[in-house]
Design a protein around this ligand. Structure first.
Ligand SMILES: NC(=O)c1ccc[n+]([C@@H]2O[C@H](COP(=O)([O-])OP(=O)(O)OC[C@H]3O[C@@H](n4cnc5c(N)ncnc54)[C@H](OP(=O)(O)O)[C@@H]3O)[C@@H](O)[C@H]2O)c1
Length: 297
């Protein structure tokens, strides 16, 4: 990596900004400054890193080779415009944000001052800084932006021990929807399972503990067998009596659980078809069952 790309400043001392700052320092980069909206956040990270901190981003961007903007998505454009209006960008810098959904183009004010622009989105959930720091090596990062920005962003990711993969700007919404499904909606599915176990009289704590080995086993199957062969259960077995039993039990609850179960069941039929576990007629009939076209009894 060019020496200048080893001088990084972080704008937004939240979960992602703090994690990446600590990881970049661990990778041998110098964090030349930290800025945040509140002095408290800027100070917390600045003192931890032993670097200057400020609530005025343009003060710390000027000396950096890389400006990493890790503020909430809706703030990125305004933050970039504010830095530019105070002369905070310089030719030759790499200016990047970490949003998965927002195009790098939102950083156009930095490009106007001669910087290369990119977005560098870690495919990881940053609920807690320490845990995210441990999980970062080996993570995939979706990278998008100007050609010069992308090639420098790729090197930055590799320096972090991550794996860069390019995302076309027109595909960003789909790319981010995929990340949302794999992380947020996985949480939603497990939440639903704990709710159903709650109806069996189990506490949420017991339910989550009891489901953990099942979820871990499924995750290992996904890794070892691939996403199609990992599927087991009543859909691949075409076990309609069990599925009807589930649907009848869910229909007695009036919390919308049945609708989610039906939608996921209908989607699962397609996976069972890919596995060649079901013929076309079986698949059509199971889909009809989940869509409520067949008799529920
Ligand atoms: N969390 C994840 O799992 C995850 C994963 C991948 C990518 N991302 C992306 O990473 C970015 C940051 O997310 P996050 O989860 O780290 O958010 P976060 O924890 O809420 O942190 C955002 C930080 O930005 C600061 N900030 C807000 N407005 C600002 C402004 N106008 N000027 C300067 N600083 C400002 C906040 O400052 P104060 O604390 O000082 O108020 C806060 O510390 C987002 O684009 C998000 O989509 C998040």
């Amino acid at each position: 990596m060019p020496d200048n790309d080893r001088k990084v400043c972080i704008i937004g001392a939240g979960r992602v900004g703090s994690t990446l700052a600590l990881a970049l320092r661990r990778a041998g980069c110098e964090i030349v400054g930290v800025a945040s909206r509140s002095e408290q956040s800027a100070r917390r990270l600045g003192e931890r890193l032993g670097c200057p901190f400020t609530v005025r981003p343009a003060e710390c961007t000027r000396n950096a080779g890389v400006v990493l903007i890790t503020v909430p998505d809706r703030e990125i454009g305004a933050v970039a415009a504010a830095i530019q209006s105070r002369g905070g960008f310089a030719a030759g810098q790499l200016v990047a944000h970490t949003s998965g959904a927002t195009p790098a183009e939102v950083l156009a004010p930095a490009r106007a001052d001669g910087a290369a622009i990119a977005s560098i989105h870690p495919l990881q959930s940053f609920a807690d800084v320490e845990a995210a720091l441990e999980r970062l090596p080996g993570c995939y990062f979706g990278v998008e932006g100007d050609p010069a920005g992308v090639s420098r962003a790729r090197r930055l990711v590799e320096d972090l021990g991550g794996v860069p993969l390019e995302v076309n700007v027109v595909d960003k919404a789909l790319y981010h929807a995929a990340a949302c499904v794999a992380s947020n909606y996985l949480v939603a599915v497990i939440h639903l399972a704990t709710e159903l176990l709650g109806r069996c009289g189990w506490s949420r704590t017991d339910a989550l503990k009891a489901l953990a080995p099942l979820v871990d086993g499924t995750r290992e199957n996904l890794r070892d067998l691939g996403v199609v062969r990992a599927l087991t259960g009543p859909v691949v077995r075409d076990d309609r009596s069990t599925l009807k039993w589930h649907l009848a039990a869910l229909a007695r609850l009036d919390d919308g659980y049945e609708g989610v179960y039906r939608a996921l069941g209908a989607y699962t039929v397609g996976i069972a078809r890919e596995q060649n576990a079901l013929g076309a007629v079986q698949a059509r009939e199971l889909t009809a069952l989940f869509e409520g076209v067949l008799d529920r009894g």
